[in-house]
Design a protein around this ligand. Sequence first.
Ligand code: ACM
Length: 546
Amino acid sequence: MTELIPAPRSVVAGSGEVRLTALSQLYAGTATEGVGHWLRTVLCQATGLPLREGWELDDTEGDGIGLQLDLELGPEEYRLVSDPTGVLIEGGSAAGVFWGAQTLRQLLGPDAYRRAPLGRDRTWAVPHVTIQDAPRFGWRGLMLDVARHFMPKDGVLRYLDLMAAHKLNVFHFHLTDDQGWRVEIQRYPKLTETGSWRSRTKFGHRASPLWEEKPHGGYYTQDDIREIVAYAAERHITVVPEIDVPGHSQAAIAAYPELGNTDVIAASMEGAPSLSVWDTWGISPNVLAPTDNTLRFYEGVFEELLDLFPSEFIHVGGDECLKDQWRQSPTAQARIKELGLADEDELQSWFIGHFDKWLTARGRRLIGWDEILEGGLADGAAVSSWRGYQGGIAAARAGHDVVMCPEQQVYLDHRQAPGADEPVPIGYVRTLEDVYRFEPVPPELTSAEAAHVLGAQSNVWTEVMEDPARVDYQTFPRLTAFAEVAWSALPAPAERDFGDFERRMAAHYRRLDALGVAYRPPAGPLPWQRRPGVLGRPIEGPPPNR
Ligand code: ACM
């Protein structure tokens, strides 16, 4: 019971237990019916018990589960009481009740995470306890890059379940990049016909690359996206889509060459500009042309996106936009002059600023990677601070909202240990303990500035993760440590009790086992996980950094 993760604010243990039986009922009060439906589904699957629907809270007397709102509680706050009258979960909103239901699942033991009963007689007991709990941050995010390696829809739904089990509530969906465009845009069919496939994939050491000579690709139809968004919403997760502009756009330019800096590309190719979806890693020099045509095109993309994603925030990327083509392009230079801008950084600001105004006029808010600070931050923009804390600190001091996701601590593509058997060739080592000691609010901020830190996020870039098992390996167990950082009221990093976290992890690994998560075991990779490099081939020499 004290093995709950993320750690709740307060746990007061009693001495008995509530036993769920074939007669137990589940009552869901006003506005918690969706949580009731979810909880009944997962618990019926795991236990085989019918958990009949109770009509009133009294029906749960003794051996049942009751869910209801208590509007005195904060929106994501919950109280779970298990005592001789049964189990009662109350929350300030359906979200709070949902997080309480996740805690109940942990109290029932690891087999509560299975999708069918084990077929043995067993008891399902909830120890008597009173738990009061609320999250530290409202933004507890996880970014998944589905551009570098495509994650089929079922994998995304499973990932959302894993997020929910860890009380994470923002799924940042990195849908486009140089190596693939993954969302259907009906008015621009070539984005997915052409842009969602690359002919081959690079792996191995940067100095001696190897190639997987087969096409890689895939995309989500608009109905797939609607399903993903609805599935997330049932789990109280907001999906924030990212369309990366004006850099990381080669897949879009391959589909619609006029989006690129055609004057520069034509000169370098001595002919008609024609690019392919990128088949290597890094940062493509091929960025969007700063023309009216590009703006109108992407307005069309964002129009369809707004219909699909109800989230307040829309992520426009903005990271790692190489400016060489803009320096070389007569068209881009003429644009800089015409707009009265000082340089290419200001041109990027102008580009992002256009979409800031465009999204604001439609009741949404723009968020971008911290490069959007360069050349001036658009008025309403929020920042994902990834190159360390500095971008986030500057943005918060200027009154902008911030999500802290510094690569030095919460980039889960980075390796988990220095050993030669560690399979992923991203050179930086970020251990489970490093993640556990991540502090989203830097001490430099005043409390007024710190109020702009919406929360924290872990990012999973998939250059070196060619399949869902590899994504599991990189994500877990570190995401569990991250979840505790984002949810629990932990002390300052140096004072955190990592030993206690590891003790609780011993129980949590059993939950991850029941969930079928291919996590990195604490003693190091299992033989089948010890494939060096990606795609099962060896890497020579020291691992490269990104
Ligand atoms: C990033 O890692 N390029 C945001």
